[in-house]
Ligand binder design. Sequence first.
Ligand SMILES: *Cc1c(COP(=O)(O)O)cnc(C)c1O
Length: 378
Amino acid sequence: MQASPELSRAGAILRIDLDALCANWQDLRARLAPGARCAAVLKADAYGLGAHQVAPALYESGCRHFFVAHTAEGITLRSLLPDAARIYVLHGPVPGSETDFLAHHLIPVLNSPRQIEGWQTLARHRGQTLPAVLQVDTGMARMGLAPADLAALPELAHCPGVEWLFVMSHLAVAEDPAHPANAEQLERFRHALARFPGVEGCLANSSGIFLGADYHFGMVRPGAALYGVAPQVGQPNPMRPVIQLCSRIIQLRDIAAGTPVGYGQSWCAQRPSRIATITVGYADGYLRSLGNRGQVYYGSQALPVVGKVSMDTLTIDVTDLPPDTLQEGEFLDLACPWQGVDAIADQAGTIGYEVLTSLGRRYTRIYTRSTAPATAGT
Ligand SMILES: *Cc1c(COP(=O)(O)O)cnc(C)c1O
């Protein structure tokens, strides 16, 4: 493992298992109702894991429908995928940028009457029918047509110049199957969809897939579960972990009882202690709320983070390991089989999504891909 110069000088290593990621996509697809397609959400640089590697791997696995949030993300993704891939942009066109969608072969999600009008205007100027996805709001008041907008646009189903590929909406509480909002949103979504005869629905995110076949419609849009995040709270995680993260010990020191550690001197040794300083900090996305709360691993042994998280370093209490176990230059594990992204998120008081999308640029990244299955699909 220490062979290449890049690895031998690496301070911290982020391993991204593309096989596990593709297996997760296939696992989700296998859970779908017959006829439903499985897209993949790659916004925020594939949840921080790298769209350049993730997109081609998913395409090879058979994925043909990709979602991003921003137009610029869509333009980048277009350069990474064959023409057969459909790329949908969740935020739709910023006013005046509609032609970018044609130039880069992107499909907008239209969220407001104004976005619909902009797309229709472009279609009229070009004398073409242009594809789009229509988003309706069913319970988040965030994006998509409000019920009143829908009612005010009775002709929407036959919108001149626009071909609706899907009507979509987004679930607010899908990770909690017992929450009544799920059934309410499903009902509102069915009601909206009924106004568009022959157009397919697209409702479920990762968690929504686990709410059952009623939620699958023509296509689902998982993101987090692809990257290993647990789709249901309080349930065992059926997804394979995708990342591993380890960081190098740059200094070991023995301190006397009563010695404070780190900024603010927020932790003080209660006994003679051995402290390991490792090369990950909040600049790398190790959230500052993990100071005096997080833990790292040496093999299966948990070791507490003591003191505040610095920009570039963490201090770890390794006193409970037998003396001489650790040497400077060795690695401790931050994300590993004993502690996945959801466990780190719990310690930090956040969600796995934020842990992933916070991962910094400074890691030496290693992508592993052993197989290249070529199962075409939709
Ligand atoms: C981010 C996002 C998704 C993916 O959600 P996950 O919970 O990560 O599966 C799907 N749809 C929309 C509209 C999103 O914004």
